[in-house]
Design a protein around this ligand. Structure first.
Ligand SMILES: NC(=O)CC[C@H](N)C(=O)O
Length: 425
């Protein structure tokens, strides 16, 4: 069988190919030379598979899609508080290159507009500009899972016309937001924007964010999960500049666009997608790219705010079973235990208190137990013990390693229900 997924993506691509609205960016001379008809889509999963259609091997500059990745490096280097002292997390509702800084402090509103991205670049720890450039490039490469390079002609082209960004750099230096030489910092920022990527690279980079910071193919942990959560939050509220609200309602996933025509989107826990097509709308976002994202969101059920069926019930079966002559209550659990599914389990046990001495939680069909679910079940188990029950866990896959019930004791484990020790204690 041939996978239907590339065929589906090809159909989406064909649907937008004829759309000739918008113009390629021309304020960076090198970008004005782009072929406006190129279009490519890539989708990469958190399991490492990737599907590409269109001109997917074509390299183009990452531009502003670099911003979340540099921000993640700065957050890892400096910590949340020190970064927040210099860069806000509020949507600006303004164009990406707006010359606007917070009144009084000179702090850029967020790291997705140029001002904030320049400040974030300056916060990447390094003892020289060359080292900073190298660390940034290595960081992006780790996300992509291959060694990336800089398109020197794009760098030089933007450097020769980057007066607005230089202006922002000087302003922020005057406000003490950046410590280093503003010309060096802005050059470094322009260099990061000039890194060459394909949609395939970008999809893997986005999938690494979707995978809580672990590159799905190489298995490398590139950033901490708490950093990813922070970055995705800021992408959600600020990633599409003055179109962020419209984007969140229609597409509904954290995303970032670049003026070379790329857009990345991240569906946490599932996929990273990337689109490339150089014609831009007035906000500087790819026209065809937006249409592709809208369609994928609709077809693939990607909108984050989709009120889906509540997590599946945790209880697959609740029965009383006889083990060598003794009745035991068995709760057979399933799926991922998160707050709501554990709540429903506890509620069920409160409303229908087990009548047997031994109560068994059979976890062999449970995939994962979240932190809060583990704490809730430990407390519930402790209370069941206080009510006079013996609580036994059947956990052949080791999803719930031994833990303190909160009273200095640990739970009892059994390899199977049939093996439970029913002798009186
Ligand atoms: N939106 C963008 O992609 C802008 C990036 C570009 N390098 C700039 O600073 O103007």
């Amino acid at each position: 069988m041939r996978s239907p997924i590339p065929d589906y993506l090809a159909e989406v691509l064909e649907e937008v190919r004829g759309d000739e609205r918008g113009d390629v960016a021309d304020y960076i001379p090198e970008l004005a030379r782009a072929n406006p008809d190129l279009t490519a889509i890539a989708l990469a999963t958190v399991e490492g598979s990737v599907y590409c259609v269109g001109e997917a091997g074509r390299e183009f500059s990452i531009q502003s899609m670099s911003k979340p990745f540099t921000y993640s490096l700065a957050l890892g280097d400096q910590g949340f508080d020190d970064v927040a002292a210099r860069i806000g997390v509020e949507p600006s509702g303004e164009a990406f290159n707006e010359i606007s800084l917070e009144a009084g402090t000179g702090r850029p509103l967020n790291p997705m507009i140029n001002a904030g991205a320049i400040a974030a670049h300056s916060l990447v720890r390094a003892s020289s500009t060359a080292e900073r450039d190298r660390r940034v490039l290595e960081h992006y490469s780790a996300f992509a899972g291959r060694e990336l390079g800089v398109a020197e002609e794009v760098f030089e082209s933007e450097q020769s016309t980057g007066h607005r960004n230089l202006g922002l750099g000087h302003l922020m230096k005057a406000f003490g937001i950046i410590d280093d030489d503003p010309v060096d910092v802005v050059n470094g920022y322009i260099r990061q924007c000039s890194v060459s990527v394909t949609v395939r690279d970008l999809a893997h980079m986005a999938a690494t964010l979707a995978n809580a910071g672990v590159q799905p193919v190489t298995g490398e942990r590139v950033v901490r999960a708490d950093v990813v959560r922070h970055v995705l939050s800021v992408m959600t509220s600020c990633g599409m500049y003055d179109a962020a609200g419209d984007w969140l309602t229609t597409v509904g996933i954290p995303a970032k666009s670049g003026v070379a025509g790329g857009i990345i989107g991240v569906l946490p826990g599932q996929v990273g997608v990337a689109v490339f097509s150089p014609r831009l709308d007035v906000h500087g976002n790819s026209v065809r790219g937006i249409r592709v994202m809208e369609r994928l969101s609709r077809d693939l059920g990607m909108h984050l705010m989709e009120a889906t069926r509540p997590s599946r019930s945790a209880i697959r079966d609740h029965r009383v079973e006889s083990v060598r002559g003794e009745d035991v209550t068995v709760y057979e659990l399933q799926g991922d235990l998160v707050f709501v599914s554990t709540e429903s389990l506890i509620r069920h046990a409160v409303e229908n208190p087990p009548s047997t001495r031994i109560v068994v939680f059979d976890l062999h069909r449970v995939d994962e137990i979240s932190d809060v679910a583990r704490k809730m079940s430990a407390e519930a188990a402790r209370r069941m013990k206080l009510d006079g029950h013996r609580v036994v866990l059947v956990d052949p896959n080791g999803v719930l390693p031994s833990f303190d019930l909160g009273d200095g004791t640990t739970p009892e484990y059994s390899s199977s229900i049939a093996d439970i020790d029913v002798s009186p204690r």
